[in-house]
Design a binder for this molecule. Structure first.
Ligand SMILES: *Cc1c(COP(=O)(O)O)cnc(C)c1O
Length: 463
């Protein structure tokens, strides 16, 4: 018997072992290191017969498992790193087990696209957004930004009477932004618009990263009526600043532009009555990016794009999988492959569906508010210790800080991260080196802040 046949008969043993290992991992994630410096030698030869899953698991456990870092644990504060809720894990397992190729909602009996459409509705409800968005899952906010801006590019073409998707880009597409995420700039490069081509709008004065609306209007007027796309932010990564969406609404009445919001993690402020004012007016955007593997706490790779339904034809023109001109209503014979970059796709919606269905609006309100609470707690510590300084006020869930002696930032952070108790990422803000701690993991509590504080104080004594 070959290993595949043996495994087929051994399925119970294999899955039970993996389940137990998963439970052990998750129950001890608080104690696991957030860093590893062990080097692994890469094997380059594939075995002839294979080893079977039980042996493969042994090898994995020997070579890789001990140095897996607790990136979904409560003290991994680097980047914007979410964890996984129990429901999300259940959904993710089932995505794998059912292994659907999520495409069409009708016709071939594939319910997985219905689950995806439903999950989008649940998210729209969670965010209190109007019902006129169409959405789908992609692998991350980068791909979501890409998808939204691709439709924006198609829209701009239409303003010149061109079909960029078919004819290629001719002429220059104008892009305006103040503090775009690096992935939006990367999207401009992937879209052939040129990453160096966006027009820098000033930020507001007073340690802000948000668009200066007066400057934005000046730059719009300088375009002499030419259509453009605006990339705005609902949560910049350094200081979680939000653009003034109500002011952008007013501009939208006067000027012809595509309005995109990168709300990768900041969109979740909508879950909380305390913080939803930050997003006031965002429902009129043409497109919105939201990451699910951040604050929704589902496993990688999960993000959604939301594009106004009235732009569906543009979206299909951009992403249709055949060159045949699309006839009629794009929602007839609906298939996701005509709406986004990928063709074959995993049922990425299921972990999100499970976690939304399991914890509801209040569950997410609680995650958001408790993460902001621990961010504020951590900021208090930074404020009170003379060795540290806040680089910006804490507006939501991220603490951007530096050492009073800027020359010590890199050494301090390297030592802190190497200690494995807590993980943070370096940044550069306002011409100064700094450190970011972003709180988006449902497990993080005040006790974790205490542990991090202790680790930081210890490093200070070693500097
Ligand atoms: C994380 C992030 C992105 C990129 O998201 P990925 O999921 O890493 O592709 C884009 N925009 C913002 C504001 C982000 O925080």
């Amino acid at each position: 018997m070959n290993n595949l046949n043996i495994d087929q008969q051994n399925l119970d043993v294999i899955l039970t072992e993996v389940k137990q290992q998963g439970i052990d991992y998750l129950n001890h994630i608080h104690e696991r290191s957030t860093a590893s410096s062990t080097e692994v030698e890469i094997i380059r030869d594939l075995s002839e017969q294979g080893f079977g899953t039980v042996e493969a698991l042994k090898q994995f456990n020997q070579r890789f498992e001990p140095i897996m870092v607790a990136s979904s644990g409560p003290r991994y504060w680097g980047f914007v790193t979410g964890g996984t809720t129990p429901a999300a894990i259940a959904g993710d397992w089932l995505s794998t087990i059912y292994d659907q190729n999520t495409q069409s909602a009708k016709g071939n009996g594939d319910v997985s696209a219905i689950i995806e459409l439903e999950t989008i509705q649940l998210l729209i409800s969670l965010f209190n957004l109007p019902n006129d968005f169409f959405g789908g899952f992609v692998t991350g906010a980068t791909l979501s930004n890409f998808t939204c801006l691709a439709v924006a590019r198609q829209w701009i073409g239409k303003q010149f009477g061109k079909d960029f998707a078919r004819e290629g880009i001719s002429g220059t597409v104008k892009v305006l932004s103040a503090t775009p995420h690096s992935s939006a700039i990367k999207s401009l490069s992937m879209l052939g618009l040129g990453s160096g081509n966006f027009i820098q709008v000033n930020v507001m004065p007073g340690n802000r990263e948000a668009l200066d609306i007066a400057d934005l209007e000046l730059k719009i007027q300088a375009l002499n009526g030419q259509s453009f796309m605006l990339i705005s932010s609902a949560g910049t990564v350094n200081t979680v600043d939000f653009d003034d969406f109500e002011a952008i609404n007013t501009l939208k009445e006067k000027y012809n532009f595509w309005w995109h919001i990168d709300a990768a993690f900041g969109g979740f402020a909508a879950c909380s009555p305390k913080y939803c004012h930050l997003l006031k007016g965002w429902g009129n955007a043409d497109s919105i990016t939201v990451d699910c593997h951040k604050w929704l706490n589902v496993p990688y790779e999960s993000a959604v794009f939301l594009v106004k339904e009235k732009h569906q034809l543009l979206q299909v023109e951009t992403f249709q999988n055949s060159n045949a001109a699309y006839l009629g209503n794009p929602m007839e014979n609906f298939s996701y492959l005509n709406f986004l970059p990928e063709n074959s796709r995993r049922l990425k919606a299921l972990p999100a569906w499970f976690t939304l269905t399991s914890y509801g609006k209040q569950g997410y309100q609680k995650i958001v508010e408790s993460n902001v609470e621990v961010a504020l707690l951590f900021a208090d510590f930074i404020n009170e210790n003379p060795n540290f300084e806040l680089m910006a006020p804490v507006r939501l869930n991220t603490v951007c800080f530096s050492l009073t002696d800027e020359s010590l930032v890199a050494t301090f952070l390297n030592k802190l991260n190497a200690g494995g108790k807590v993980f943070m990422t370096p940044t550069f803000y306002n011409g100064k080196k700094g450190i970011r701690a972003a709180f988006v993991n449902w497990r993080t509590s005040a006790a974790d802040v205490e542990l991090a504080k202790a680790a930081m104080l210890e490093i200070l004594t070693e500097l």
